[in-house]
Ligand binder design. Sequence first.
Ligand SMILES: NC(=O)c1ccc[n+]([C@@H]2O[C@H](COP(=O)([O-])OP(=O)(O)OC[C@H]3O[C@@H](n4cnc5c(N)ncnc54)[C@H](O)[C@@H]3O)[C@@H](O)[C@H]2O)c1
Length: 453
Amino acid sequence: MQPRRKFVQQMAFSTAAITLGNPLIAAINRQPQKLRLGFIGTGLRGQAHLAMSLNRTDVEVAAICDIDARMLQMAGELIKKSGKTRPQVFTGDPYAYRKMLESAKLDAVVISTPWEWHTPMILDSIAAGQKYIATEVVLGITLEDHWEVVRAAEKSNAQVMMLENACYRRDILAVLNMIRQGLFGEIIHLQGGYQHDLRGVKFNDGVTPYNSGVEFGEKGFSEAKWRTQHSIHRNGDLYPTHDVGPLAMLIDINRGNRFVSLNSFASKARGLHNYIVKKGGADHPNAKQLFKLGDVVTTQLSCANGETIFLQHDTNLPRPYSLGFRVQGTNGIWMNLNNGIYIEGVSKYDHERWDDAAEWFKKYDHPLWKKWGEEATKTGHDGIDFFVLHAFIEAAKRGEPTPMDVYDAAAWSAITPLSESSIALGNETVDFPDFTSGKWMHRPNQFAKGALY
Ligand SMILES: NC(=O)c1ccc[n+]([C@@H]2O[C@H](COP(=O)([O-])OP(=O)(O)OC[C@H]3O[C@@H](n4cnc5c(N)ncnc54)[C@H](O)[C@@H]3O)[C@@H](O)[C@H]2O)c1
């Protein structure tokens, strides 16, 4: 173990039971040691994490790794602009990251690469002795990938946190606050969806990332280079974690509750083909490409405590962005599309009218947002990017468990292969694996319990 990590962990052990506002915590925050971070993948998402890390005084960007010269150059410009010391750069082949893991003496790793690389990169990080690994969504491709990561993390006592930023949305955390104070009563049903027109992301001109053309694969840039292949070959909810992650935290999944079963339905696939024809013409070679991914994939989940969840994956058709949350309990309901809340006996109006949710959210603003909101809103995705990286870094500095762990990552992300199986089996209901192997019955929900991280 490196001396720095040992120091951080010793401090953490001696302060294990210390809560918010304690001067010792403040002392840890002031400690001069910096967390040595390594970045695998400095594409558009990796650069966002890099920029936030360069902005922090408690982090040293020690090493970066990518295989794409343009992305490395863009990352280099961010580093130069920050005035921070130039990190070691690892590149040259798809496994250059292993050299980084072996030699860069890192305290923690942030992985922001194409989906199919997440599992091998996490497993290699664990094998190299890393104890804090943050990965972008999703955790893996197959169900086996998810099990492998869970088993490896358990065996090596490694913290694997999926950087699910949507869990830190201001409305979601206010709703969490309201649920914990009993306003919605017992939660009965939840809805959400990754409802995001990605046609201009799945295709581009190979230079400009968004809305610039109809190329993909080797001729595409950034996500068009790799993400579109998943729409060609797979039919399921390919991106469930932005919607299910926040909902799971609201109902204590893996912490007194768990997903029990799932089924999925896929509509026909038209949107991506139509986009190519509309933007590139019927004669464009990509107009011949077939896509397996249904334009709208709907998934239902049942939970051990009796809740039902309805998810939608909707990325190929024209539509404004919305995660379409609905949280409904025995006392009331929140829907984010109409920005409405109704709490029986408390709301201003009778049950025919909605309250403006904004008024409720102001009143029940979460302590995390009260403390960090100003700083957070300077970063991407309305501030949620700040919170998720902040949580990972603060947990790693203290040697504490990350607030979202490997069981969360596995359960949320496994919806993809399970939905693919369900659709392939003619919409059969499939059992949901218990990645915690029974530990869900005893684990408390500590997510967002205070204002520290
Ligand atoms: N949470 C969010 O809001 C959010 C937003 C965007 C993307 N993402 C996720 O972030 C991840 C990355 O997406 P992106 O938009 O940055 O894609 P991107 O294509 O812009 O970046 C991926 C990078 O990984 C690099 N890479 C690929 N193989 C590599 C290897 N073997 N070794 C080192 N580097 C390698 C690529 O060269 C590229 O620079 C994905 O999981 C995506 O779903 C999350």
